[in-house]
Design a protein around this ligand. Structure first.
Ligand SMILES: Nc1ncnc2c1ncn2[C@@H]1O[C@H](COP(=O)(O)OP(=O)(O)OP(=O)(O)O)[C@@H](O)[C@H]1O
Ligand SMILES: [Mg+2]
Length: 295
């Protein structure tokens, strides 16, 4: 690269930095699998986009690649190409609908676990660029209380903890909160933890679950949960998944799409979205990589 190109790149970076503050990082997680995380990530992204936000989804369910399946898009590249094939973050971003972009966790990405220090530094460097490419970065995690999921949660500005009305799903959501508390007592206080009850029969069922879970997590863990609304059980969502199109696009007037609109509005207006200093993606990956070095 000649000096002029270097200089142009530097200027471009500086302009981008001055234009945007750090992205808001929202991690979508759950205790139990299959409760709706990936659909929540995709449909919230669509609604944030409609509200004028630039959104990137990072598929952190490494190797299971849910986001691309819901979008019905086959990505040309994934995170693996960035780490092992020297591609840039811009090159591995896959365009989705409405200008949303996503990074596929791809298959073979389990090799992230065995990264060398140099690869970690390289990945960290590249991921910094995300801060200037998006207003909101949604991280779709795998289910459960693995170390890496907990680190994603700890490093986020906000968490969306998804549960369904099933008792097993509720107790597993509580287990995530407990694991979080045991792991990082202090960091818990700086994260907004939003409970999202999915597949409810009606709002009063959702409210009841929120009240119960919030009560026990307040009492035993000293964690206050935000209520950002409920998503109804709606077969349109299943139909949309089968057609590999997000329900908010395929059936925008459906019950569940309307509920996604309400939840997105709640997330952007009811809590501290405006004014709070975001941690940005750099913190997320620094924390994650520190963890990997320890293991
Ligand atoms: N509100 C809903 N109404 C009807 N069906 C739903 C609803 N939410 C989720 N589902 C069903 O649950 C399935 C799993 O959803 P999704 O893939 O989003 O879950 P997940 O939590 O990301 O799963 P995993 O833990 O495997 O990543 C969907 O394909 C759909 O069939
Ligand atoms: Mg998923």
């Amino acid at each position: 690269m000649d000096q002029a190109t270097n200089l142009r790149n530097l200027m471009r970076k500086k302009q981008l930095v001055s234009k945007r503050s750090s992205s808001k990082v929202i991690t979508v997680t759950s205790g139990k699998g299959g409760v709706g995380k990936s659909n929540v990530s995709v449909n919230l992204a669509i609604n944030f986009r409609k509200l004028g936000k630039k959104v990137i989804i990072f598929d952190a369910d490494f190797g299971l690649a849910n986001i691309e399946v819901i979008f019905g898009i086959i990505p040309r590249y994934n995170l693996f190409d960035m780490i092992y094939n020297g591609m840039s973050i811009e090159d591995v971003l896959t365009p989705g609908p409405l200008g949303i972009e996503f990074i596929s966790g791809g298959s073979g990405i389990q090799e992230l676990v065995n990264l060398t220090r140099d690869q970690i530094a390289f990945l960290n460097d590249r991921l910094l660029d995300l801060d200037h490419l998006a207003d909101i970065i949604i991280i779709d995690t795998g289910a459960g209380i693995s170390d890496s999921v907990l680190e994603f949660i700890i490093a986020s500005d906000e968490v969306i903890l998804v549960t369904t009305p099933e008792p097993t799903s509720i107790t597993d959501a509580y287990a995530v909160l407990k694991a979080l508390k045991n792991r990082k007592r202090e960091e818990c206080k700086s994260i907004d933890i939003n409970l999202l009850v999915n597949r409810v029969a009606n709002d009063s069922q959702g409210q009841e679950i929120y009240n119960k879970l919030n009560k026990v997590s307040n009492k035993f863990l000293d964690i206050q949960l935000n209520n950002i609304g409920f998503l109804p059980q709606d077969n349109n969502l299943t139909k949309a998944v089968i057609q590999q199109k997000p329900v908010s696009i395929l059936f925008p007037k459906s019950k569940v799409s309307k509920a996604f609109e309400t939840v997105s509005n709640n997330l952007l207006t009811n809590n501290s979205y405006n004014g709070k200093k975001n941690k940005g993606i750099k913190t997320v990956f620094n924390n994650l990589m520190k963890l990997k070095k320890k293991n």
